[in-house]
Design a protein around this ligand. Structure first.
Ligand SMILES: O=C(Nc1ccc2c(c1)CCNCC2)c1ccc(-c2cn[nH]c2)cc1OCc1ccccc1
Length: 339
């Protein structure tokens, strides 16, 4: 097992919890708070032409701070590796959750879909389109709430979300008709289509458009014709129909979704898309860190405000998480010879 010298003393590494194409995800403990984190480790050599995706993902995640987006705590870049220290999401992928239950009941799908709308409403307001929305990119945290991941294909159109994009990307079964037709498209509109596929998958347990041959799959998407199984309520069918509009201009918008009757049913409150995290720094966390590092509160506040995504950023963020979870706002003092 590699020692990863860069992490020694800062994080205590545990088992590998997932390894995908060019990344490995390991469970770890942040040494000063003992909070659990996930560390995504990528070898630059193995990345090849995917290297730009990592820079895109890191830049986006540094800007995005929201209750339904996986938090990035720290970035370590060495000559041949990236380490992304990320929020711990121990309940795995939404994809596996749906498969395990075959399909979700409408009220459970509603709670998850509201969280997806909240996350997408926030990133669109921040000027980002995700462009790869699918159940594999939605993880469940310790409270079984959704956290959006994988911003490697996201776009922040220069000049704002009204400007068009061109790159065809994302997963074919979730791709909007205008995106696969090679025409210019609006990132926000393409994300709304993918959310329609996602909602269908939540409620049905399979995809509305599917074919093992990509050209046939694309034809089905462009017809916009899909089956609606008998167990779907009228409300579900109507909302899916408003999302899976082949003509992007007729497709429902994120703002219309926030207080849509289907999303409001039994809850009667619109979806809250604003981040619950406040901009100003937390006094208790700053004080504890100032004491630990032997600095004044003002010096500590200045250092944390720089948001360098170094160990200080991670320590502040995880200390704040501890406070939010009602755990003591305390840092563990240096153990001699700690593992
Ligand atoms: O914390 C993460 N995953 C994770 C942590 C603990 C456990 C599990 C999963 C499920 C498997 N049983 C052991 C418990 C975790 C956090 C962030 C990211 C991440 C954020 N941007 N990119 C990746 C990825 C993560 O994982 C990937 C994964 C591993 C196994 C299956 C499902 C998902």
């Amino acid at each position: 097992m590699s020692s990863y010298a860069e992490l020694k003393g800062y994080y205590h590494l545990r088992e590998t919890i997932g390894s995908g194409g060019f990344a490995k995800v390991k469970l770890a403990y942040h040494a000063l708070t003992a909070e659990k984190v996930a560390i995504k480790i990528m070898d630059k050599k193995g990345l090849g032409e995917d290297l730009p995706r990592v820079y895109t993902e890191i830049a986006a995640m540094k800007e995005l701070c929201h209750q339904h987006i996986c938090k990035l705590y720290q970035v370590i870049e060495t000559e041949d590796r990236f380490f992304m220290i990320l929020e711990y999401c121990p309940e795995g992928e939404l994809f596996d959750y749906i498969v395990a239950k075959d399909r979700l009941a409408e009220d459970e799908a509603r709670l998850f879909f509201r969280q997806i709308v909240s996350a997408v409403g926030y990133i669109h307001n921040m000027g980002y389109a995700h462009r790869d929305l699918k159940p594999e990119n939605l993880l469940l945290d310790e409270e079984q709430n959704l956290r959006l991941i994988d911003f490697g294909l996201c776009a922040k159109p220069r000049g704002g979300m009204e400007n068009h994009l061109l790159t065809c990307c994302g997963s074919p079964a979730y791709a909007a008709p205008e995106l696969i037709s090679g025409k210019e498209y609006l990132g926000a509109e393409a994300d709304l289509w993918s959310m329609g596929i996602l909602l269908y998958a939540l409620l049905c347990g399979y995809l509305p458009f599917d074919d093992e041959k990509i050209p046939q799959l694309y034809k089905k998407i462009q017809t916009g014709k899909y089956e609606t199984p008998a167990w779907l309520s009228e409300g579900s069918k109507q909302l899916i129909g408003q999302l899976l509009q082949v003509d992007a201009k007729r497709r429902i918008t994120i703002n219309e979704l926030l207080n849509h009757p289907w999303l409001m049913k039994d809850l009667n409150v619109p979806v809250e898309w604003h981040s619950k995290y406040k901009r100003q720094l937390d006094e208790d966390c700053i004080t504890e860190m100032a004491v630990h590092y032997g600095k004044t509160k003002q010096e500590m506040e200045t250092l944390i405000s720089e948001r360098k995504f170094d160990y200080l950023t991670a320590t502040y963020s995880l200390l704040l998480e501890k406070k939010i979870k009602g755990r003591p706002v305390r840092l563990l003092h240096k153990q001699n010879g700690s593992s």
